[in-house]
Ligand binder design. Structure first.
Ligand code: GLU
Length: 286
């Protein structure tokens, strides 16, 4: 059997905070316990928010915490052509369709409905406006340069599934159990964004397979995404890792930490004289 392989996969659109430290250290601990390897992946598909100083800051913060990673660092922005090929393969099987709707247009379309069904992130489920556009219209709009995303046709995707869709969950002590996956909660999810030929969901499943990840350890905020990830793995013929979703570090108001909310960064803590052992202690990982 090959060696267990884990990854820590931050998005460099800000400096790391305690939530990232908890996730990275938990990955390292589980990798150690399983006698496995820990890889680092920089999830920089959001070209508008990624900044070189955040990438360097990520490396500095992880080194400061005392974390060492195996193998080369993978950067998603260097693999757009692979994601585009995966997208093309799904589109060729009619599992994706181009969608020209803006967020505002979707909000307006669902506002007319009595009850709005939402995905696990709280966004309204896509009402299907572009699902049945004629080939001529699609071609004309693409040729006219109209921006579009590519969405999974959820019903077509489920019809293409040939085995029960399941999530393999594992506990930090290694015990595994299998639970059914329900990708319908995401409706027709965006698989490729307007600006790049992927979304988080496609890039993450592609890279987990490419890097030979056997165990995914990440926060509970990504637990629901796993239902969609196992569907994409099935459709693309990729192996499905085992998943562990750890609890989140929250601020004093009970909210999860976020760069966008100005949560204190590891760099701030370090500048104020906190050392890595104190960070571990704060996180209950001493
Ligand atoms: N890049 C994601 C984040 O920073 C994590 C992705 C994952 O672990 O699947 O939230």
């Amino acid at each position: 059997m090959s060696r267990p392989t884990l990854r820590f996969a931050p998005s460099p659109n800000g400096r790391l905070h305690l939530g990232h430290a908890f996730s990275a250290l938990t990955n390292a601990r589980i990798a150690d316990d399983l006698g496995g390897r820990l890889l680092l992946r920089i999830e920089d598909i959001d070209l508008g928010r990624t900044r070189p100083e955040f990438v360097q800051g990520t490396f500095d913060d992880l080194a400061w915490l005392g974390l060492r990673f195996d193998g080369p660092v993978r950067r998603q922005s260097e693999h757009f052509s692979a994601y585009a090929r995966a997208c093309d393969a799904l589109a060729a099987r009619k599992l994706l369709y181009p969608c020209f709707c803006s967020r505002g247009r979707i909000a307006a379309a669902v506002a007319e409905r009595a009850a709005v069904a939402r995905d696990p992130d709280g966004a309204p489920l896509y009402p299907g406006t572009c699902r049945a556009l004629s080939c001529n219209e699609v071609q004309a709009r693409i040729e006219a340069g109209e921006p579009h995303t590519w969405r999974l046709d959820g019903a077509a995707a489920l019809a293409a599934v040939t085995a029960p869709l399941v999530i393999r969950r594992f506990a930090p002590d290694g015990a595994e159990k299998t639970v059914p996956a329900d990708p319908t909660r995401w409706g027709d999810a965006v698989i490729a964004r307007r600006d790049v030929p992927t979304s988080y969901h496609l890039a993450v499943v592609w890279d987990d397979a490419e890097q030979g990840i056997s165990h995914v350890v990440r926060g509970q905020d990504l637990e629901a995404a796993t239902d969609l990830h196992v569907l994409l793995q099935h459709l693309l013929g990729l192996p499905s890792p085992a998943y562990h979703h750890h609890g989140l570090i929250r601020d004093e108001t009970g909210d999860k930490l976020a760069k966008s909310k100005g949560s204190e960064s590891l760099a701030d803590l370090r500048a104020s004289g906190v050392d890595p052992d104190a960070v571990r202690a704060m996180l209950g990982l001493a």
